[in-house]
Design a protein around this ligand. Structure first.
Ligand code: ADP
Ligand code: MG
Length: 593
C-alpha cells in the first residue's frame, strides 16, 4: 500500500474526479448503464424501448424510447449532477414512485463515457441534440421520444475497464437487466440487440404472456398464482412448486412497487414459506410483486437501489411468508380456490391452464366419502375393500377425483391412474409420506394426536444407547403419542403409537426416532426440531416400496393426496405425482401428426 506523502496539502478534488468516483457507485458495468437508461425511459412514460449493444455494451449502448422527451433548454440539466425532474423536496422523496430521483445517473455515465442525448419534446418544433463533449445543443432529426448513446464506456478510466468480463458476459448481464425490467412492465415492448443480432423481442403483453416469454414453458406447469391483499399490502405473481426448484437463485425475482430488489428480509420470508417442502440445497423459483404505499419503504439506501428498507419490516415479513406459504399449501382439491384474503385485489390474469388446477374446484366436498375410507384403510394398515369406481370421464367424476382412479401398480413403486387428462403416475411411498407428515403435524398442533394401543405389544431389540435415550426422552415420546418402556438390557417394548403410524414398520421407525432424539438436546427437540422429527416418523411410517397395494388402497391414497396440503411434493421437495396428458402420449406415438 502507498501512503500519501505528508507534505501534500488538502485540496478540493477536481469536479471530473468527484464525478468519476460517484460514477463508480452507479456505473459498475454496462448492465448498470442499461438499467439506469431503461428506467429513465420508463419514467418518461415510454411504451416501446429499444436497447442496442455493441461489444457487450462497452463500445456502444444505444437506447431508443417513445417517451415524453426532454425540453431543449433542459437538455444540459439532464446531464448535470443532482438535477432531476422527478422530485423537488424531501416530502417527494418519501413518496417517490418513479425509478429515478437522485438526478445523478446521466451525470455519472457522462463522466465515464461519451454520451449523446437526442430528444424531442412535443411543443418544440423539432428535436435537439447534446453531446457531453460538445459545445451546446444543436438541432437534430427525431420524430419523437429520446435516443441516448453511450459510447466507449470507461475510455477515460482504463482501470475500471480492466474489471470488465468478456463481451459475452457483459452482454448477458445487460440481458438479465432487460429481463427484470420486462417482467415488471409487461405492458411495455422491449427490443434488445447485441452486435446487430436480436436477443429479445418482446411485444407488449399481459403478465402471464410476458412471464411465459421470459421464464420459459417449463416454469408454468409448476407455478401457482399468488394474489393476496391485506390492507395496503398486496403480493401477486407466480411461485413455482418445489418440483421446479433450482440449484441456484437464478429464477428469483422480487419487485417492490415495480422495482427489482435483492432484499434479505423478503428472500428470507419466501424461503421460509418453502421450508417444509424444499430440500435445503435447492432454491425456489418465483416472480413476486409486492405493492405498498411508497411512504412505507425507503428506496434510497443503496446506490443501485436494489436494497430497500421497510418501515414495518416485521409486518412485511409475516405478510409475505403467509401469502406464499398459503398459496403453496392449497391442496390439489382446492388449487383453484382463491386465497381467502385476496378478495380486494385484482386477480393476476393467468390464462395458462392445462386443464389442471381450475377443474379441481369442485373436488373437495365430493371427495369426502373416499377420504374417510382412506383414513381408516391407512390408519389400520389393513386393506378395506370398496368397489373401485369405474372411470367414465364425465366432468362430475373428474371433478370428484382430480387424480383419477388407479389402474395398476408398476414395479411396486408407482401407481398408474387414469384421469380426465390422461395418465397419472404417483410415487406411492413419497405420496404417503407427505400425507402422514401433514397429518402428524395437524394432529400434534391440535393437541395430542390419536394414539392406538397395540393388540400385541412390539418388542424391539436395540442398543444400550437407544434404551438410555428412550428413558431420558420419555416425556417427549409420550407427547408424540408413543408408550415405550425398557424390557431387558437390550430390549424395548412398544405398547402405544400414534394411530397414523400403526401400520408402518415399527421397529425401524422407533430406532430412527431414538437416533434422532439422541442427536439433539431434549429441550430443543420438540420445538425446533419437531418437523424434522415428524418427517422421520412419516418416512418410516409410510408404505414401503414393493408392498403390493390393492386397487381400493391405491384409490384411497389418491383421495388422501387430493385432500392433503402440499401433497404435490414429498418432504424432500421431489414431486409425488406427475401428469402425462393424452396429448403427450399421442406425441410419443406420432398420432395425429
Ligand atoms: N429517456 C428519457 N426521457 C425523458 N427524460 C429523460 C430521459 N432520460 C433522462 N431524462 C431526464 O433527465 C433527468 C436526469 O436523469 P437521471 O440522471 O437518470 O436522474 P433521475 O432519473 O434520478 O432523475 C431526469 O430527471 C429526466 O427529467
Ligand atoms: Mg434516472
Amino acid at each position: 500500500m502507498r501512503f500519501p506523502s505528508p507534505t501534500q496539502k488538502i485540496r478540493p478534488l477536481p469536479d471530473l474526479l468527484i464525478s468519476q468516483i460517484a460514477a463508480g457507485e452507479v456505473v459498475e458495468r454496462p448492465a448498470s448503464v442499461v438499467k439506469e437508461l431503461v428506467e429513465n425511459s420508463l419514467d418518461a412514460g415510454a411504451t416501446k424501448i429499444e436497447i442496442h449493444l455493441e461489444e457487450g455494451g462497452v463500445r456502444l449502448i444505444r437506447i431508443v424510447d417513445d417517451g415524453g422527451g426532454i425540453a431543449p433548454d433542459e437538455l444540459p440539466l439532464a446531464l448535470a449532477r443532482h438535477a432531476t425532474s422527478k422530485i423537488a423536496s424531501l416530502d417527494d422523496l418519501e413518496q417517490v414512485a418513479s425509478y429515478g430521483f437522485r438526478g445523478e445517473a446521466l451525470a455519472s455515465i457522462a463522466a465515464v463515457a461519451r454520451v449523446t442525448l437526442t430528444s424531442r419534446h412535443p411543443p418544440a418544433a423539432h428535436a435537439f441534440r447534446l453531446r457531453n463533449s460538445g459545445a451546446g445543443i444543436e438541432p437534430a432529426a427525431l420524430a419523437s421520444g429520446t435516443v441516448i448513446e453511450v459510447a466507449d464506456l470507461y475510455f477515460n478510466t482504463p482501470a475500471r475497464r480492466k474489471f470488465l468480463k468478456s463481451e459475452a458476459t457483459e452482454a448477458a448481464h445487460c440481458d438479465e437487466v432487460v429481463r427484470r425490467m420486462a417482467l415488471a412492465r409487461p405492458d411495455v415492448s422491449f427490443h434488445l440487440t447485441h452486435n446487430g443480432n436480436v436477443r429479445r423481442r418482446l411485444a407488449s403483453a399481459d403478465f402471464s404472456q410476458r412471464a411465459r416469454d421470459l421464464l420459459g414453458e417449463d416454469f408454468f406447469p409448476h407455478a401457482r398464482v399468488i394474489d393476496v391483499a391485506a390492507g395496503p399490502l398486496r403480493l401477486s405473481g407466480l411461485a413455482a412448486l418445489p418440483a421446479y426448484s433450482r440449484s441456484g437463485r437464478d429464477e428469483q425475482y422480487f419487485f417492490v412497487n415495480g422495482r427489482f430488489v435483492r432484499d434479505k428480509l423478503l428472500t428470507h420470508a419466501v424461503r421460509q414459506a418453502y421450508e417444509d417442502i424444499l430440500h435445503g440445497a435447492r432454491h425456489p423459483a418465483y416472480v413476486l410483486f409486492l405493492e405498498l404505499d411508497p411512504a412505507g419503504v425507503d428506496v434510497n439506501v443503496h446506490p443501485a437501489k436494489t436494497e430497500v428498507r421497510f418501515r414495518e419490516a416485521r409486518g412485511i415479513h409475516q405478510f409475505v411468508f403467509h401469502a406464499v406459504q398459503r398459496t403453496l399449501a392449497v391442496p390439489l382439491a382446492g388449487a383453484s380456490a382463491p386465497p381467502a384474503s385476496s378478495a380486494s385485489a385484482e386477480p393476476v390474469a393467468w390464462p395458462y391452464q392445462s386443464g389442471f388446477g381450475r377443474s379441481f374446484a369442485a373436488a373437495e366436498t365430493t371427495a369426502r366419502p373416499y377420504l374417510d375410507f382412506a383414513r381408516s384403510a391407512f390408519a389400520d394398515g389393513r386393506s378395506a375393500v370398496v368397489p373401485a369406481p369405474g372411470f367414465s370421464g364425465t366432468n362430475e367424476e373428474s371433478a370428484a377425483a382430480p387424480l383419477g382412479y388407479a389402474l395398476a401398480q408398476l414395479h411396486g413403486i408407482y401407481i398408474l391412474a387414469q384421469n380426465a387428462h390422461g395418465l397419472v403416475l404417483v410415487d406411492m411411498h413419497a405420496a404417503h409420506e407427505r400425507i402422514l407428515y401433514e397429518s402428524l403435524k395437524n394432529s400434534l398442533a391440535a393437541g395430542a394426536g390419536q394414539t392406538q394401543r397395540l393388540l400385541v405389544p412390539v418388542v424391539i431389540h436395540t442398543t444400550a444407547k437407544d434404551l438410555a435415550t428412550a428413558a431420558e426422552q420419555a416425556a417427549t415420546l409420550a407427547r408424540l403419542g408413543f408408550e415405550i418402556a425398557p424390557l431387558g438390557p437390550q430390549e424395548l417394548v412398544v405398547r402405544e403409537v400414534p394411530a397414523l403410524l400403526a401400520g408402518g414398520d415399527l421397529p425401524e421407525l422407533i430406532r430412527a426416532l431414538l437416533r434422532e432424539l439422541a442427536e439433539h438436546p431434549a429441550s430443543r427437540v420438540i420445538e425446533a426440531r419437531r418437523n424434522e422429527l415428524l418427517a422421520t416418523l412419516a418416512c418410516h411410517g409410510a408404505v414401503r416400496a414393493h408392498r403390493t397395494l390393492t386397487l381400493p388402497e391405491m384409490n384411497a391414497l389418491l383421495r388422501q393426496m387430493e385432500a392433503t396440503e402440499r401433497a404435490d411434493q414429498c418432504n424432500h421437495g421431489r414431486p409425488t405425482w406427475v401428469q402425462l396428458p393424452i396429448a403427450e402420449l399421442d406425441k410419443l406415438f406420432l398420432r395425429g401428426q
